[in-house]
Design a protein. Structure first.
Length: 408
C-alpha cells in the first residue's frame, strides 16, 4: 500500500509552537512557582553599583556561580556595602531575566558569613573616616587644665552618670557639671547623641565634654559607631573625651574623639585632678622653691664676701691713677710741642722762598701797584687808562686814590 506523504503545512499547524519570549516566561513562571525564597551561601565577585544604585554581582563557590542582583530598595537597609571576596548569606529567589533569558538570583537580604553585619559596617566606616582624616593625631586637642565647667552627654538613667558625678564632686567640688541627657541605645539614639554634642558645644557653657555610656553588647553600644556621632565629635568646638563601655570596647567615637577613656569613671579622672593632690603638689613645690632660694642666696653671699676681701681701698688706686695721668699728660704735651716745632722748621724754608717771590716783597723795595677802579684791574700799560679815571695805588703799607690828569 502506498503511503501518502504528510503535508508539512498541516503538520506545522498541529504542533505547539512557542516564541522565545513565551518560553522564557514559562521558565520564569515555573521557577517562581516551584521555588520559594531560600538562603544561599557564596562568595561575592564582580561587584558593581551603577548610577541606579542597584547591586549587581556574581555569587559563586568552588564549582559554580550565578548572577545576582539586589535592588536599591532592599540594599538601603543593609548598613554596609558588600565587597569582592567576602562570603555572604543571601536570602532571595531564582528567576529568569526574560529579556536575555539569563538565570538570576534576586537577593532580598544578606549578611556576612563568619563576621556579623555590624562588624562589617564598623570596619567600612572606620576605614572611610580614617581616609578622610577624622582620626588624625595632629588635629586632636589637649585637655584644659582644671576646667571650670565640664559637659557630659549621656543617659540620665545610667549608672555611669552617677559614677562620674560622684567622682568629679570628690575630686574638685567647686567645678560646674553640665549634663545633656540623651538616649544612648536603640532607634534614634545616634541622632540624639549627635544633636546633644552639637548643642552643648554651641552653648558655650563648657570647656570640655565627656560623651559615653556604661558597658553593653555590640548592639547596645552601636549608636557610638554611627557616622553622625563621629562627625558631631569631629566638629565639636571643645575637646571631647569618648568614654563608651569597658576597657575592651572600642567604638568609632573613640577614634574620632580627642581622648579615649577606657570607662566613664576614667574619663572623669582625666578631666580634673584631685584637689588634695594639687594642694600637696603646690606645697611641695613651695618648699622646694624656698629651699632653692635660700641655697642661692647663701651662695651669692659667699661670693660677695670673697669679693669684698679681695677689694682694695679705691682712694689709693684713684690717687695712683691721677699721678699716672699727670705724667702721661706732660709726656704727651712734650711730644706735641716737639712735633709742632719740627713742623714749623719744615715750613720756614718754603715760606722764605715764597716771600721772595711775593709782590709784597717788591713793594718793600719802593715799588707800588696801580689798580684801575672800580674793576680793580692792575694797570700795566698807560693806554689802558684815560684822563679822569680813578686809580688806587697800593704801597708796601697802605694805599691811596688818585685821578688821571693825562696819560702818555
Amino acid at each position: 500500500m502506498r503511503r501518502e506523504r504528510a503535508d508539512p503545512l498541516l503538520v506545522e499547524k498541529s504542533r505547539a509552537v512557542l516564541t522565545v519570549s513565551e518560553l522564557n516566561q514559562i521558565i520564569k513562571g515555573t521557577l517562581e512557582r516551584e521555588l520559594d525564597s531560600f538562603w544561599v551561601v557564596g562568595e561575592i565577585s564582580n561587584f558593581r553599583v551603577p548610577p541606579s544604585g542597584h547591586f549587581y554581582f556574581t555569587l559563586k563557590d568552588a564549582n559554580s556561580q550565578i548572577s545576582a542582583v539586589m535592588f536599591r530598595g532592599q540594599s538601603r537597609g543593609l548598613g554596609f556595602q558588600p565587597e569582592n571576596g567576602t562570603e555572604m548569606l543571601c536570602l532571595g529567589r531564582v528567576s529568569v531575566y526574560s529579556v536575555r533569558g539569563d538565570l538570576q538570583f534576586y537577593v532580598e537580604s544578606m549578611e556576612p558569613r563568619g563576621r556579623g553585619a555590624l562588624y562589617l559596617r564598623f570596619e567600612q566606616l572606620k576605614k572611610r573616616l580614617w581616609e578622610e582624616g577624622l582620626f588624625a593625631a595632629e588635629r586632636k586637642r589637649p585637655l584644659p587644665f582644671l576646667p571650670r565647667a565640664i559637659g557630659i552627654v549621656t543617659s540620665l538613667r545610667g549608672a555611669a552618670l552617677q559614677d562620674m558625678i560622684r567622682l568629679l564632686g570628690d575630686r574638685f567640688p567647686d567645678r560646674r557639671v553640665v549634663i545633656w541627657p540623651v538616649k544612648v541605645q536603640g532607634e534614634g539614639a545616634a541622632l540624639e547623641i549627635a544633636q546633644g554634642i552639637k548643642e552643648l558645644g554651641e552653648s558655650g557653657l563648657v570647656e570640655v565634654m565627656i560623651v559615653g555610656r556604661g558597658g553593653g553588647s555590640l548592639e547596645d553600644l552601636w549608636a557610638f559607631n554611627e557616622e553622625v556621632v563621629a562627625r558631631a565629635i569631629f566638629a565639636a568646638p571643645v575637646p571631647v573625651i569618648s568614654a563608651v563601655g569597658h576597657e575592651i570596647d572600642f567604638t568609632i567615637a573613640d577614634f574620632v574623639a580627642d581622648h579615649r577613656a577606657p570607662t566613664p569613671t576614667a574619663a572623669a579622672e582625666m578631666v580634673v585632678p584631685r584637689k588634695e593632690e594639687l594642694v600637696a603638689q603646690i606645697q611641695s613645690s613651695e618648699g622646694r622653691l624656698i629651699r632653692a632660694t635660700q641655697a642661692a642666696l647663701y651662695n651669692r653671699r659667699q661670693i660677695a664676701e670673697r669679693l669684698m676681701r679681695r677689694l682694695v681701698d679705691p682712694t689709693r688706686r684713684l690717687q695712683e691713677n691721677q699721678v699716672r695721668l699727670d705724667e702721661l699728660s706732660v709726656a704727651l704735651w712734650r711730644r706735641f710741642k716737639n712735633s709742632l716745632d719740627r713742623f714749623k722748621d719744615r715750613l720756614a724754608r718754603p715760606s722764605e722762598r715764597l716771600g721772595s717771590l711775593s709782590p709784597l716783597a717788591v713793594l718793600e723795595r719802593g715799588y707800588s701797584i696801580v689798580y684801575r677802579m672800580p674793576d680793580r684791574l692792575v694797570v700795566k700799560d698807560s693806554s689802558s687808562v684815560k684822563a679822569g679815571d680813578l686809580l688806587r695805588i697800593a704801597f708796601a703799607r697802605g694805599s691811596s686814590l688818585s685821578r688821571v690828569e693825562e696819560s702818555e
